[in-house]
Design a protein around this ligand. Structure first.
Ligand code: AR6
Length: 173
C-alpha cells in the first residue's frame, strides 16, 4: 500500500536538500567506497574530522548502530552514518542488524530534530546483502517506525541502480 510519507527516487543522495541523509559507512567511520566515498567527497573534510572526534570519544560504530555529523558542503543538514551488515549467507543475524540500521537512523533523526531523511540501499553494494531481502526490511522497518511517530514528515528511498529502484517501486505500490 502506498504511504504518503514515503517517496522513492533515483540518483545521487549527496545532492538532496533534506534534513538528514544516511551514509552506509563501515565501523571505522573513516570513509570508503560506494555511497560512503561519494558523501565524504561531496561534503568535504569537515565530515571526516567530526567522525574522528566521534571515534576518539566513543570508539568505532558497531554494525546496526548510527552516529550523526553535519553535512559539510552538501545541501542536506546532517549525515547519519550507520553501519550495515556484511552479507554472510544469513548466518550472522544480518536481517536483524539491517533492521537496526533503519531503526537507529530514524531514531537519531528524531533526536536531532530532522523531519526529512533520505536512505541509500544500505548493505546492497560492497556488502552484498541480497537486494530484494534488504528492500523488504527497509520498507517494513520504515513503515513500522512511521506508524509510531509523527516527528518524521518524509522518508526518501534513494536508489542508485535500476534493480533496486524496481524492487522498491513494487514494494511501495
Ligand atoms: N547515492 C545513492 N546511492 C549510492 C551512491 C550515491 N551517490 N553511490 C552508491 N550508492 P555501498 P554497502 C548505492 O557499496 O553495501 C563502503 O566502502 C549503491 O549502488 O555504498 O553498505 C563503506 O565504507 C548501493 O545500492 O554500501 C563500507 O566499507 C548502496 O548505495 C561499505 O562500502 C550501498 O552500497 C559498505 O557497503
Amino acid at each position: 500500500m502506498p504511504t504518503p510519507k514515503i517517496e522513492l527516487t533515483k540518483g545521487d543522495i549527496t545532492k538532496l536538500a533534506v534534513d538528514a541523509i544516511v551514509n552506509a559507512a563501515n565501523t571505522s567511520l573513516m570513509g570508503g567506497g560506494g555511497v560512503d566515498g561519494a558523501i565524504h567527497r561531496a561534503g568535504g573534510p569537515a565530515i571526516l574530522e567530526e567522525c574522528r572526534q566521534i571515534v576518539a570519544r566513543q570508539g568505532r560504530c558497531n554494525t546496526g548502530e548510527a552516529v550523526v555529523t553535519t553535512a559539510g558542503k552538501m545541501p542536506s543538514k546532517q549525515v547519519i552514518h550507520t553501519v550495515g551488515p556484511v552479507w554472510n549467507n544469513g548466518k550472522y543475524h544480518e536481517d536483524e542488524k539491517l533492521t537496526n540500521c533503519y531503526k537507529n537512523s530514524l531514531q537519531l533523526a528524531v533526536d536531532n530534530g530532522c523531519r526529512t531523511i533520505a536512505f541509500p540501499n544500505i548493505s546492497t553494494g560492497i556488502y552484498h546483502f541480497p537486494k530484494e531481502r534488504a528492500a523488504k526490511i527497509a520498507v517494513d522497518t520504515v513503515k513500522q517506525f512511521l506508524s509510531k511517530t509523527d516527528k518524521i514528515e518524509k522518508v526518501l528511498f534513494v536508489c542508485f541502480d535500476e534493480e533496486n529502484y524496481k524492487l522498491y517501486d513494487d514494494l511501495l505500490k
